[in-house]
Design a protein around this ligand. Structure first.
Ligand code: FES
Ligand SMILES: [Fe+2]
Length: 431
């Protein structure tokens, strides 16, 4: 449970807020590279941390991320023409390059006029299928992070992104909440037809134990936690340990070991939910594997469009009480547990059904929610650091050694041996 004041402090990310200030100290993904497929392609309206921006790929293939609203009289540059290494406003023709420099102001005769000011522009890097940006003060820009998934070839990586119409913390909670898996996703986990997919194979056993034992440690990058389930096989008792890692400010390493999430706030009530799978051997990004994987979790383009989870379709408000959240009550009567077709939509709908920014003064946390309390604590610590102008947790952590992990262990074997490179701060035992 959190007070209304702490809830706001944890969740709100606009300019000048404590959490917004902390998040602006990190490089974060802002869009998928595939959203800007070619030089001079259509620009994309991108919201991030409560700021309205436009992304475009210029004639040289370089990406710019600048203020959405034209510096002249604020028409949206998402309507603009991307041409001649810049983006031109269609209202009076002012043109901007990717650094925010004003290239032309055709309705002003004085050639020096355009040198007096700039448009807001953020630095970007294009790495691992995503366009990353840094939205903090220039003098505090940290080194670009190096994740293990950045070392595999493009073909061995699969990127996807869904828009979820609620606050980012609600989306993140679902990623550190092992006990919902065997309830909310009960149908997906029993779907053995697709068990050749690594995701299905790695999660299928979870249907057998709805109340796993949870332990957690604070770490130098945030925290990690384990869900331990007992299994009986061939007369022997063992445990299955699944370790997830939360990396400040908004990243999670899934216990499957090959899946990383970035949960990036667009505004206080909308979130970009990036998924990245990678595998040193398997070509995850090639067909038919890529489409099979995306369809299995509900992240293929057709499904995202249908449920209103893309940048444009989210504006239609399809996921709302008005549509009954698109839940299929007929399917429930026929035996489907949730009446919601896929993992991604099940997670999104339960998260947002609590309200676009849920009131945590009304919740009753239980022992299964240990990692949720760790998440609140880590995020509040970050916000407090942001407010004091200090470095948030994890800012200087070596992210290349963070991992999610899972294994079947003999009884008595320490689960922390699965993540030997994580630097612990404190062990937090479940009551
Ligand atoms: S509003 Fe963009 S050029 Fe006038
Ligand atoms: Fe889930």
């Amino acid at each position: 449970m959190l007070s209304a004041a702490d809830n706001d402090r944890m969740c709100r990310v606009g300019p000048g807020t404590p959490q917004g200030t902390a998040m602006r100290r990190f490089w974060i993904p802002a869009l998928l590279s595939s959203e800007l497929p070619a030089p001079d392609c259509d620009p994309v309206r991108v919201q991030a941390l409560g700021e309205d921006l436009v992304a475009f790929r210029d004639s040289e293939g370089q990406v710019g991320l600048i203020d959405e609203y034209c510096r002249h009289r604020n028409a949206s540059l998402s309507l603009g023409r991307v041409e001649g290494c810049g983006i031109r406003c269609i209202y009076h023709g002012w043109k901007f390059d990717r650094h925010g420099n004003i290239m032309e102001t055709p309705n002003v005769a004085d050639p020096k006029f355009k040198q007096r000011f700039k448009a807001k522009a953020y630095p970007v890097r294009e790495v691992a299928g995503m366009v990353w940006t840094y939205m903090g003060p220039a003098e505090l820009e940290p080194p670009f992070p190096h994740y293990a998934f950045m070392d595999v070839p493009d073909a061995n990586r699969l990127n996807a992104m869904a828009i979820v119409p609620c606050n980012f913390v609600q989306v993140m909670e679902g990623l550190v909440d092992s006990s919902h898996l065997s309830v909310l996703h009960t149908v997906g986990l029993k779907n053995t037809d697709i068990s050749q997919l690594s995701f299905a194979a790695a999660t299928g056993h979870m249907q057998f134990d709805a109340a796993p034992h949870i332990e957690a440690d604070d770490t130098d990058f945030g925290f990690h936690y384990v869900a331990i389930r007992r299994i009986h096989e061939a007369g022997a008792e063992r445990t299955i340990a699944r370790v997830a890692a939360f990396q400040s400010p908004c990243f999670v390493f899934n216990p499957n070991g090959d899946l990383w999430f970035a949960v990036v706030p667009m505004s206080d009530e909308r979130t970009m939910f990036f998924h990245l799978w990678w595998d040193a051997q398997k070509k995850m990004g090639e067909e038919p594997l890529a489409s099979e994987q995306l369809r299995f979790v509900g992240l293929d383009p057709e499904t995202l469009e249908e449920w209103g989870m893309t940048r444009t379709t989210v504006e239609l408000g399809r996921l709302s009480p008005h549509s009954g959240y698109m839940q299929d009550r007929e399917a429930m009567r026929r035996g489907h547990f949730t009446g919601i077709a896929n993992f991604t939509q099940e997670d999104a709908i339960v998260s947002m059904s609590a309200g676009a920014l849920r009131d945590r003064s009304r919740e009753m946390l239980c022992v299964a929610d240990l990692a949720i309390t760790c998440l609140y604590r880590a995020l509040l610590k970050s916000a407090n650091a942001g407010e004091r102008g200090e470095a948030p947790i994890g800012l200087n952590a070596d992210v290349s050694r963070i991992r999610g992990a899972n294994a079947t262990l003999e009884l008595g074997v320490e689960w922390r041996t699965l993540v030997p490179e994580h630097r612990l701060s404190t062990a937090i035992a479940a009551e």
